[in-house]
Design a protein around this ligand. Sequence first.
Ligand code: BDP
Length: 719
Amino acid sequence: MKNRIVLIVLFCLLISPSFAKDGYKLWLDYQSIENPNLAEEAEKLFEGIYFFGKNSTYEVIQKELELASKGFLNQNPEFKKLNQNARLWIGTRSELSQYLGLDHQAKIKALGEEGYWRGPLNQEGESLYAIIGNTPKGVLYGVFDFLRSIQTGTFDSNSEKSDSPKIKLRMLNHWDNLDRTVERGYAGFSIWDWHRLPGYIDPRYIDYARANASLGINAVSLTNVNANAWVLREDFIEKVKVLADLFRPYGIQVFLTARFSAPMEMGNLETADPLDTEVKKFWKERVDLIYKEIPDFGGFLVKANSEGQPGPHEYGRNHAEGANMLAEALAPHGGIVIWRAFVYSHEIDEDRHKQANLEFEPLDGKFMDNVIIQVKNGAIDFQPREPFHPLFGAVEETNLGMEFQITQEYLGQATQLVYLSPMWEEILQSKTYRPSPNSTVAEIIDGSATDKELTLMAGVSNIGTDRNWTGHLFGQANWYAFGKLAWDPYQNSAEIAEEWINLTFGQNPETQRKISTIMLQSHEAAVNYMTPLGLHHLMGRSHHYGPGPWVEGGRADWTSVYYHRADSEGIGFDRTESGSNALGQYASEIAYNWSDPNQIPEKFLLWFHHLPWDFKLRSGRTLWDEIGLHYDLGVKTAREMKQQWDSLHGLVDEEQFSHTSQLLAIQVQEAEWWRNACLLYFQTFSNRPFPDDIEKPTGDLEYYKSLRFPFAPGIKPNW
Ligand code: BDP
């Protein structure tokens, strides 16, 4: 009997999935340290930890150190008294002031509220290691960075490091509905279990907070921008309070989306006019009520007068009047309004590209100081590649924040491996030429070009209830990279990838090199097989997943054909002076250079120009041939990515391997689908043969047109 039990246990251990990596631990998987010297150094520190104070943030740091010590060294850490040989000192600058020289104190102070310093300290001949912030939050960031350095094998007890964030609000925007569906969410349901809150606390909330804090993400808005007024009800505020209380020690502030018509839906008012006294009173009371429960509530994120959402325009008021009304209610509590510049309405007859600038430029200087205008990275809508949004640089008096989309709505959702950091980096590094000739988007976002302090980078979350959080394992890399760029928008995508790979797949150089190659080419590959050379908005209209360059549902307004404008002569959207002149919304240097099809970067060619099929590109080939080549190159790169990955069999964990390998196989098929559908369709206009050196598109255009995705995640089925 006993033997049988032993056998069963052994068998269970052998097949136990607990050894496999299911992705739940994200980049916080504290694995046993292989390097003996590093293990010895770490052991010394973990055996003698001293906290210079007591607060809820230090409590969560203590828990993190316990987890880390067990993972790294298979032992519990020891928390000591100062005179008991404590070697790892943890505290704030003021708590440690008597041990720090004046210069050292000044150096730490200069790092600001959220900065940290970590490094060796010599005390009476004893060598210690200290992690010091100006606030407990800074300490928390320092500790996570310290742990990361051990994970990546780069920790050196003799060297120091200091760091501080360049952007004030580093924020995730969840597009989560109260019924737990997630708009454009591809990783299961919403992690906010509203039904069981406030009584039940899902352990995921804590792991979510840990993951964010480890990256320096310090704000989250919990609910969909297509907002539901219910979240402002007392019973929901109780639920939100529980989350806010859990996140507070991790330095994370909670925001909610505010539905502009809430005074009518909840307050029984006849109007939501922002200048109406009763409306103002409604919001003031609601805000006061929230702050009673959540004293550090962040404020509201608002989508107004866009895609059918209510807003001030209904009452003949503008965005500033709408935003300021909310800002006035929030200001006494230190709260802010994040007002979105993504304004799409069918009422206007202009190029959709121009709408945000048309509505917001005239309001420059009219927004209160506690309002930030949150601008999507490009003027259309999170397309696989967009030029930067012309609002960056166009206004000087207004706080501008960046909105990136982490969830891959238009980039293969949670099925395709697309590392988004290079796309974000391209935007951040773009020269705006305004306010000064050398300004870049990053400098506007971090306030250095505009002298602004209230700065923001937001990312539309890709997180859901899937065991691995993001659906595709590599979706984690996008969450990770977003956090890193929000902390420092000048970081390099290759370095971020390298760090994430190290934390996720370990330190084998061959593995690292191959995965890095896959990641760094993945975005360009997707652009090539979806929307090369500045084409955009070619996806199917409802699901935003596969190709749909044709008119769907019989309406041509603002569908793909509106954007690509293919005809027998040529293809592309003329946004120069002879067309919509959206180009005129950029700085004159850009408008001038890009209005010449021979000068504009070819990646934006058809975004701004309608050109003949035989137009000659820099390669000497015709536009038609180049389009074909790009689509084909996208497919070839997807195949290479799959081959590279498959060569890692045995080098990465089996579960990670097979998850990614299967998804890459689908990605290859879908790249082919995009190429075939788009090229066959465009050929009906160009009437030209495909270039000789590409694999010829196969399949039946009518079949591609007939494909529907009624059950695609993230959308409500359109019966
Ligand atoms: C579009 C999405 C839509 C969002 C909208 C937005 O398709 O679901 O509501 O953006 O950002 O890309 O408000």
